[in-house]
Design a protein around this ligand. Structure first.
Ligand SMILES: NC(=O)c1ccc[n+]([C@@H]2O[C@H](COP(=O)([O-])OP(=O)(O)OC[C@H]3O[C@@H](n4cnc5c(N)ncnc54)[C@H](O)[C@@H]3O)[C@@H](O)[C@H]2O)c1
Ligand SMILES: N[C@@H](CCC=O)C(=O)O
Length: 544
């Protein structure tokens, strides 16, 4: 029992290390990467803190060298889901009752471990399994995850501090926040180690227990996250790691009466499937499962003719091609006025030609490969379609090479048709489609941008005149949950631009914010009456 209102350490964004030649962080990361790629590890399930080997093995490979097996992981089946639910229920008894400051301490410690000894382990594992360059791994697996952990602890205390405004005498009104009754099912994508960890950590921080099904292409970094939680002192059974076939694991968890929430990031199609499954089972649950999903995007850059050409061109290249366009925020369609397009195109072409692509262990590369064969084939199909189309052409790039790694050259498609296939559909690869528009048709082109895709995740506008910027921002108000003015549409930072989109892009619960944490708690309003009435009659019933 402690008598104090604790104040948590004030969160600050983790500084991004630059990995310049000769820097200590570069040496350490290169050494860690070399050591980790030299061995093939075995990855068990982790249920109730115990390692479980099912014998049903699958491989983890590197996207830039897909013959290189870095791990063999044991896959769960429906029986392991049942075990994990049991282990989680057991852990819930103590974890959901643990004082908040003790839960906070686990995640603050995890942040410090990650800022220190775990930094290069998580960076190297993200480079190896998800094909990120050192810089892209650093901003994700190290900085963003540290920020999620530190800032969420602060947001959690903000939630707990909020109390009813009024307690008329002789009463005292109070609010308390309970864990959800049951387990949260965290289903995570391949592309951000920080997102995968946070989808588990944010419900757990609020006192919940979690079943975690990682993407089959991010099991390797996921396993290292589990080690981080363990070292930070997270009790057994709070987060249970169950990689394996999505349909089988999903079906077993989704129909269970104790499903209290789904914390998902991934494609729109998968989230819609999950939502439908919950709807079909709705009568079987003990409570209404909370559904939080951040999903696909078709993110845009829209330029006014007054846009600064050099910064617009740089934003297109970085926004579209960093991490091979595999950020949900990546610029994938652009609307550029015809009177500035020739100059923008020249600059984009010059920069694109300088992009280096290859093994991410070679720090001179700007990008690696796309995640897997499926993604490679999808990119190749979009490129082939553009080569054949009468209303589109390949302006730059367009080469692919899949023998050693899943390499797709950064590609710019130019189209005369604002509804051309790659202006509308999410690709999730290094392909940017540009529609040069007549500047006299600004108004209708803004409508096109707003209405062309079902998504509303990120978007950027470029221009100089404040009146034009205000008008464009207003017209595109619902087209993006993360909106940028004269900047690329990627690279949101926790504590600065909480992340998430609307329409088909998700429930917009803003990862890395109080809004998200509120989903993982069930409030109880308490009224205490110090002088309760002793009779039933109202004053108007009394004799005068
Ligand atoms: N909005 C955001 O914040 C955000 C962030 C990152 C990625 N994304 C989106 O994620 C997608 C790319 O990630 P991905 O390829 O890993 O997505 P995905 O939908 O293929 O997979 C996401 C997760 O869902 C699981 N899954 C798939 N089918 C399932 C089923 N039937 N039952 C249970 N689980 C199932 C997968 O195994 C994986 O763990 C893109 O669409 C991207 O835009 C969105
Ligand atoms: N938060 C990241 C995108 C996450 C999705 O993949 C960004 O803003 O670039």
């Amino acid at each position: 029992m402690t008598n104090a209102f604790f104040k948590v350490p004030t969160p600050v964004n983790e500084p991004i290390l630059d990995y310049a030649p000769g820097s200590p962080e570069r040496d350490e990361l290169q050494k860690t990467y070399a050591e980790m790629t030299a061995e093939t590890i075995e990855i068990p399930l982790i249920i109730g803190g115990k390692e479980i080997k099912t014998g049903n093995l699958a491989d983890c490979v590197m996207p830039h060298d897909h013959q290189k097996v870095i791990a063999r992981y044991h896959q769960a089946d429906a029986s392991h889901v049942a075990q994990a639910i049991e282990a989680a229920a057991e852990a819930w008894k103590t974890w959901s009752e643990m004082p908040w400051q003790e839960r906070a301490a686990v995640f603050i410690k995890a942040a410090e471990l990650l800022a220190g000894p775990y930094r290069q382990i998580l960076n190297a594992s993200t480079m190896m399994s998800q094909g990120k360059t050192c810089f892209q791994a650093e901003i994700d697996a190290a900085c963003e995850l540290i920020d999620f952990l530190r800032f969420n602890v602060e947001y959690m205390t903000d939630i707990y501090k909020e109390q009813p405004m009024v307690s008329p005498a002789p009463t005292w009104n109070r609010s308390e926040h309970r864990a959800l009754e049951g387990f949260v099912f965290a289903i995570t994508p391949f592309n951000f180690t920080a997102i995968c960890a946070n989808l588990c950590a944010s419900p757990a921080m609020m006192g919940n227990v979690v079943l975690w099904k990682p993407s089959d292409t991010a099991v390797y970094s996921g396993y290292h996250i589990m080690k981080l939680w363990h070292e930070a002192g997270l009790p057994a059974g709070v987060i249970n790691f169950i990689p394996g076939p999505p349909q089988e694991i999903g079906a077993a968890a989704l129909k269970h009466p104790d499903l209290a929430g789904i914390h998902f990031t991934g494609s729109t199609k998968t989230f819609q499937y999950l939502w439908k499954s919950v709807a079909e089972n709705i009568e079987n649950y003990k409570s209404y499962p909370r559904l939080v999903g951040e999903t696909g995007g078709k993110d845009f850059v829209f330029a006014h003719e007054s846009a600064d050409v050099p910064s617009l061109a740089a934003a297109l290249v970085r926004g579209a091609f960093e991490y091979s366009g595999q950020k949900c925020s990546a610029a994938s369609r652009a609307y550029i006025p015809t009177n500035i397009w020739p100059e923008v195109k020249k600059r984009v072409g010059e920069m694109t030609a300088q992009i280096t692509m290859g093994d991410v262990g070679d720090f001179s590369n700007f990008i690696g490969a796309v995640i897997d064969q499926r993604s490679f084939d999808k990119c190749a199909a979009f490129i082939a379609h553009a080569r054949e189309a009468a209303d589109a052409e390949i302006a730059f790039g367009g080469e692919t090479a899949g023998d050693k790694g899943f390499f797709v050259q950064p590609t710019v498609i130019e189209t005369t048709n604002p509804h051309y296939k790659s202006m509308c559909e999410e690709i999730f690869g290094p392909i940017l489609t540009v529609y040069p528009y007549d500047p006299a048709k600004l108004d209708e082109t803004l409508d096109l941008c707003d209405q062309t895709s079902p998504y509303a995740l990120t978007g950027a506008i470029f221009g100089r005149d404040r009146g034009d910027l205000v008008m464009m921002a207003d017209r595109l108000k619902h087209a993006a949950g993360n909106f940028y003015i004269n900047d690329k549409p990627t690279g949101a930072v926790v504590g600065q631009q909480p992340f998430g989109g609307g329409r088909a892009s998700g429930t917009n619960d803003k990862a890395g914010s109080k809004l998200n944490l509120l989903k993982w708690t069930s409030a109880r309003s308490i009224k205490e009456n110090f002088v309760p009435p002793t009779g039933f009659a109202y004053p108007h019933m009394l004799d005068s």
